[in-house]
Each structure stands twice: as C-alpha cells, then as structure tokens.
Design a protein around this ligand. Structure first.
Ligand SMILES: Cc1cc2nc3c(=O)[nH]c(=O)nc-3n(C[C@H](O)[C@H](O)[C@H](O)COP(=O)(O)OP(=O)(O)OC[C@H]3O[C@@H](n4cnc5c(N)ncnc54)[C@H](O)[C@@H]3O)c2cc1C
Length: 310
C-alpha cells in the first residue's frame, strides 16, 4: 500500500522543528529513522497530514559524555552502540549486548535510539534499559523544554508522556560505576521477531555482596518495566560461585529473583505463540540467566583490573 498524501518539511534547527509540529492542531509525525513510522504509514495505520523530517538538524546528531552521564541525541542511530567503546565503561558494554537484538543491520543503520522513545513499544530494548537505569527523557515543545524520568514516561502500549507538538531531543543515562557487572539476554521466536522476553541487568557488587541490582524487563507488560521486587530480593546477597544460569538450583538467589520478577514485577499478556504460563516461565528463566551473566561480567572486570595493576 502507498501512504495517504501528507505535507513534508525538513527543518534545520530544533526551534524550526517545534514550530512546524505546532501545538497539536495537525496530525503531525516526526520522521527520525523511519523504521517504525514508514511501515505504519504504508499500512495506513498512521495517517499524518504533516511529516517533520528531523534528519537535517545537526544539533540532534550528538553523543556526549559529561558529568557522569551520556546524552544520546535524537539522530544517533542504533548501530553506533554495536561498539562497546561508543559509551565508556559497563554502560557501553550493556548497550552493545542489547543493540544486536534490535531487528537487523539495515534497520539498525537508520533507526534511532531516541525514536524508540517516540514509539514507546513495550518490546523496546532501549526503553527497558532506561527504566532500569533511571534515565531521563528530554523534550522540547511549544511550552519550552522539560525532562521526564523514564519511570513516569511510559503510560501503556505506544502511549507515552510526550505531549502534542513535543520533540524528544535526547535521552540521558547515568554512566555505570567501573566494576558494575552487566548482562542482557533476549528470547524470541525468530531472529527478526520482537522479544518475547528480554532482560537487562546491572549489578553493583562490594566484596562479593550485591549492594544494588537494576533489572529492566522487555515485553513483560504493556510497557517497559523495572523489576523492583526482584531487585530488592537481591540486595545483600552474595554472588557466590559463578554459573551460566543453566541447571540453576531453584534455591539459588538468581533463580529466586527470576521467579519474583515473573510473578510480582511482570504483568505479561498472552500472545498467539505464548500463553501466560509459558511467558512467566520464560521471564523467570531469562532473568536468572541474565543475572548470572552480569555476575560473571563483574568478576571478569575485577580480574582485568587486578591483572592490569600487576
Ligand atoms: C522488522 C523490524 C523489526 C524491528 N525490531 C525491533 C526490535 O527488536 N526492538 C526495537 O526496539 N525496535 C525494533 N524495530 C523498530 C526500530 O528499532 C525503530 O528504529 C524504532 O522503533 C524507532 O526508531 P526510528 O528512528 O526508526 O523512528 P521513526 O520510525 O522515524 O518514528 C517512530 C515514531 O516515533 C516518533 N519519533 C521518532 N523520533 C522522535 C523524536 N525525536 N521526538 C518525538 N517523536 C519521535 C515518530 O513520530 C513516530 O511516531 C523493528 C522495526 C522493524 C521494521
């Protein structure tokens, strides 16, 4: 199908883009990477009367690290994060583990990280990481600029706190401390499907004891989630002997945290290929394995530092 007719503008500044978007009187859409929008327009599920193409706005094409955080501008494409050097420290590793799960290379070469926040899909890898890490979403609209914490931003499937006429200029994540162990594991039906479940984990460990766990759940509810109950159950727990997460005893703290994530934090919806029992089981298993991956990552970061100091 061909999209219905629409007007098109390609501003060169954020101010011009916000001006073009107006205050909601037109059915305007922002065109970033176009990897979700153009498909929806071709299927006529979205029929904008105005498309505001932001690809010529140089000030949005920036990735800045300062004051312990990284600012990802609205034109930074997914593929940039395939290198674990794009962002310093464990956050760069977490991004590089997650990004390869997003669609396939041509989509990652055009689609933008920030576009995922414009779209607000419950199966977005970036949005769940933003929840777990307390990221901030920066918006610029007719009333000026504002910043919304990720925890307040997602309202439901494809529903966010973004108001008519607002442009997301950047998403800002706090960097992770040096020895934070990170993990990201995704489970899906085929490589090109969205996640059935994916989990991101970041473990802060002091002397073998977890002092803080941050767990993000992808496609485990009608919006990206943070697994607060599972996180709490891990605080003060020793990481103990390392495991790949397969054949983990049910009494293992990571197996227990997985069950808590599945039963207390997640609110999965049944799908044609996965009933609720299957989905909860998958959430428990993937969470436990991702925690094992993060614990292993923490140990290897410590080992590398010790090796480097010798
Ligand atoms: C086959 C396929 C598989 C995919 N698999 C995955 C996957 O596994 N995981 C995943 O997360 N995504 C997946 N995607 C979606 C892809 O990652 C998109 O790139 C992403 O959702 C949106 O980014 P975009 O830059 O392409 O946004 P666009 O398509 O340009 O825009 C998407 C929506 O967000 C709005 N928007 C975009 N940028 C802004 C902004 N700066 N301010 C305000 N609103 C904005 C637009 O108006 C539009 O409504 C897949 C897409 C396809 C086609």
């Amino acid at each position: 199908m061909k999209p219905a007719a629409f007007d098109y503008v390609a501003p060169h500044t954020v101010a011009e883009a916000v001006d073009a978007l107006g205050s909601g009187d037109r059915k305007a859409q922002v065109l970033a990477g176009g990897q979700s929008l153009l498909l929806e327009m071709h299927l006529e599920r979205i029929r904008p009367d105005l498309v505001v193409d932001i690809n010529r706005i140089e000030e949005l094409d920036t990735l800045q690290v300062s004051d312990g955080s990284v600012h990802v501008g609205a034109l930074i494409r997914h593929h940039v994060f395939e290198s674990d050097q794009a962002v310093p420290g464990p956050l760069g590793s977490l991004f590089s583990l997650a990004v390869v799960n997003i669609a396939h290379p041509p989509i990652r070469s055009r689609g933008t990280m920030v576009g995922s926040f414009g779209w607000g899909h419950p199966a977005s890898e970036w949005c769940a990481i933003a929840m777990a890490l307390d990221a901030d979403i920066h918006l610029h609209g007719p009333q000026g600029t504002r910043t919304v914490p990720a925890r307040d931003y997602f309202h439901g499937p494809l529903e966010t706190d973004r108001r008519p006429g607002e442009l997301i200029t950047a998403v800002q994540y706090p960097l992770l401390a040096e020895h934070t162990g990170v993990g990201f594991i995704e489970h899906r039906r085929t490589h090109f499907c969205f996640a059935q479940v994916a989990v991101s984990a970041a473990l802060t460990v002091d002397d073998g004891v977890i002092t803080q766990a941050r767990i993000g759940l992808v496609n485990c509810a009608d919006r990206p989630l943070r697994a607060h109950n599972a996180e709490q159950a891990l605080t003060g727990v020793e990481i103990g002997a390392l495991s790949d997460g397969y054949r983990l005893p049910a009494s293992h703290p990571f197996a227990r945290a997985g069950r808590i994530a599945a039963e207390q934090d997640a609110a999965p919806l049944a799908e044609p290929y996965a009933d609720l029992e299957y989905r909860r089981h998958a959430i428990a298993v993937v969470t436990a394995r991702t925690l094992c991956q993060a614990a292993t990552d923490h140990r290897s970061r410590i080992a590398r530092t010790r090796g480097g100091n010798r």
